[in-house]
Design a protein around this ligand. Structure first.
Ligand code: B12
Length: 480
């Protein structure tokens, strides 16, 4: 479930505001569902959360709401607007009217109010009828930017607003759910969104006690024993071992065994961390190694060498931890040779699972923010990694229209909007598909299956006469 918007919902509820939550992800005809909801509810303020690839859907949802509730106020928050705003602020500072400025103007036309950054305090300003168009909470100088203390004091995400049991997620057969313990990653990988955004860049932490309290709250209220930590990287937290020890102690106290899963930064990983996380219940970790080619690791500005990545795999294996290796291709200077390096590295270190994606240049990532128009070709932008001069070409994408394709290979197949001097977008797609198929075959790792989208049925409209929460929870039941 989407924890960010549920955190915003929790603070609203705390002050007595009635909130309803509709999770439209995974619903094929989501626009019809929101229309029916709009017709049957007296809600007059709608808040939408969206990442960049969710923007076309967010636009359709906005159109659907306006078609049944022309006077409703529609607020956009979440990663896309936060990242566009970060890129936009940089352009303003440099006096450029670039593509982030264009993207920002588009968002201003589509939505009534935009909230960039933390939503917990900003939402109160946003709901005001006199609210400015843009509320910039992604600025540590404003009180809207949450401090560690505030993060600890705020209520947990309002998970009770969604039909918890309809989310099917498990870790090694144990029912699981997700949790965010800390925010931010200080590194500066070229493909990663938010390197200019304090919200996504600054490490902000709750106390270990507060995090464990949330785990216990979930365990006691929903009977869940599995927890996926969606923190960018668990081990950028200097208190990680202390947190893991506390989690182990609590399980002994409650006489229960939990299973945990989360992301680890390869070059910071060590034996003490591995021992502590295993004891706390981790059996799997996910690591964004990205590439097996030293040159590409450098071009990404990964700050991790191939040797450090291999060492991370060895530490994990030594402590009985399985690794899902997150790999990507289509970086500046990518060639058949560097892709082969990644392929060979996977076969050498033998992760228990992996995936390979093609890079998408989203606003707010260095690849996007530092790209300039390609003098040789209209509609193409080029990013150059300064230290090596290697280049990445990007096709112009209107993110409110194109659901820039990311993982998996369902109906439409994989799409790529990037290319390098040696590899075309088609070459990259082919290389990705080959690598995934061949590595899975050789290491005997089955393809993961994804749940098909669910159709919302119009007969649901009849529930409009029932209290809204029944309408909502019935939708949730049908949908998941
Ligand atoms: C967990 C996670 C996922 C999970 C999502 C699970 C879920 N349902 O939430 C999974 C693994 C599925 C995932 C997938 C992807 N992710 Co992801 N993910 C994250 C991660 C690590 C944490 C998200 C989170 O919960 N944050 C904590 C909460 C508190 O923050 P938040 O959601 O932003 O919400 C706050 C504010 O934004 C704001 N807010 C949010 N919504 C609203 C709404 C309103 C009305 C208001 C007022 C405020 C508001 O208030 C909230 C509380 O402060 C972030 C990085 C990060 N640290 O945020 C990346 C991140 C969001 N993901 C990213 C990307 C790129 C992807 C993928 C495209 C990756 C890929 N190539 O496959 C896919 C896209 C999936 C999709 N359909 O959108 C990028 C987004 C870039 C962008 N331009 O949108 C991020 C920022 C990582 C990064 N640094 O580049 N991701």
């Amino acid at each position: 479930m989407s924890l960010g918007i549920l955190k915003v919902a929790a603070v609203l509820e705390q002050t007595g505001v009635k909130v309803e939550m509709m999770d439209l992800s995974g619903i094929e005809n989501y626009a019809e569902a929101i229309k029916d909801y709009g017709k049957n509810s007296d809600t007059d303020i709608f808040g939408i959360t969206a990442t960049t690839p969710q923007m076309p859907a967010a636009k359709n949802i906005t159109d659907a709401i306006r078609s049944v509730k022309p006077d409703a106020k529609i607020i956009l928050g979440g990663p896309h607007i936060t990242l566009v705003n970060a890129a936009y602020k940089r352009e303003k500072l440099l006096g450029i009217d670039g593509r982030a400025t264009v993207a920002m103007k588009k968002l201003e036309n589509l939505f009534d109010t935009l909230v960039a950054g933390d939503g917990e305090e900003a939402i109160f300003l946003a709901c005001d009828s006199q609210s400015p168009k843009l509320i910039d909470a992604d600025d540590p100088k404003t009180p809207l930017f949450l401090t560690d203390k505030k993060l600890t004091e705020l209520p947990f995400p309002a998970r009770h607003l969604v039909d918890f049991n309809s989310y099917h997620y498990s870790l090694e057969g144990i029912r699981a759910t997700s949790i965010i313990a800390q925010l931010g990653c200080p590194f500066a990988c070229g493909f990663c969104g938010g390197r200019e955004s304090p919200m996504l860049r600054r490490i902000r932490m709750r106390t270990s006690e507060n995090i464990v309290e949330e785990l216990i709250h979930i365990y006691k209220n929903y009977g869940v024993r599995g927890f996926m930590f969606y923190d960018d990287e668990l081990n950028v937290n200097k208190q990680m071992i202390e947190l893991m020890n506390l989690i182990s102690d609590k399980q002994k106290e409650l006489n229960v065994e939990w299973r945990l899963r989360g992301f680890i930064k390869a070059q910071l990983f060590n034996d003490a961390q591995a021992e502590a996380i295993y004891r706390a219940g981790f059996r799997w970790i996910l690591v964004g190694f990205e590439s097996g080619a030293p040159k590409i690791l450098q071009n990404i500005n990964k700050q991790a060498t191939r040797e450090e990545n291999t060492r991370c795999m060895e530490i994990a294996k030594r402590h009985g931890l399985k690794v899902k290796a997150l790999m990507s291709i289509g970086h500046p200077g990518e060639t058949q040779e560097t892709i082969k390096d990644t392929f060979n590295w996977l076969l050498e270190v033998k992760p228990e699972d992996f995936d390979v994606t093609i890079i998408t240049c989203y606003p707010g990532s260095p690849y996007y923010d530092y790209a300039v128009p390609d003098a040789r070709k209209n509609g193409v932008w080029v990013y150059t990694y300064e230290k090596t001069g290697d280049k990445l070409y990007q096709l112009e994408v209107d993110y409110t229209e194109v659901a820039d394709y990311y993982k998996g290979d369902p109906d439409g197949g994989y799409k790529a909007y990037v290319y390098t001097n040696e590899l075309s977008a088609e070459n990259l797609i082919q290389a990705r598909d080959n690598m995934e198929r061949e590595v899975r075959r050789i290491l005997d790792i089955p393809f993961a299956s994804s749940a098909p989208a669910i159709r919302y049925e119009h007969s649901m409209g009849q529930f409009g006469k029932l209290p809204p929460y029944i309408f909502k929870s019935t939708i949730q039941n049908l949908f998941h």
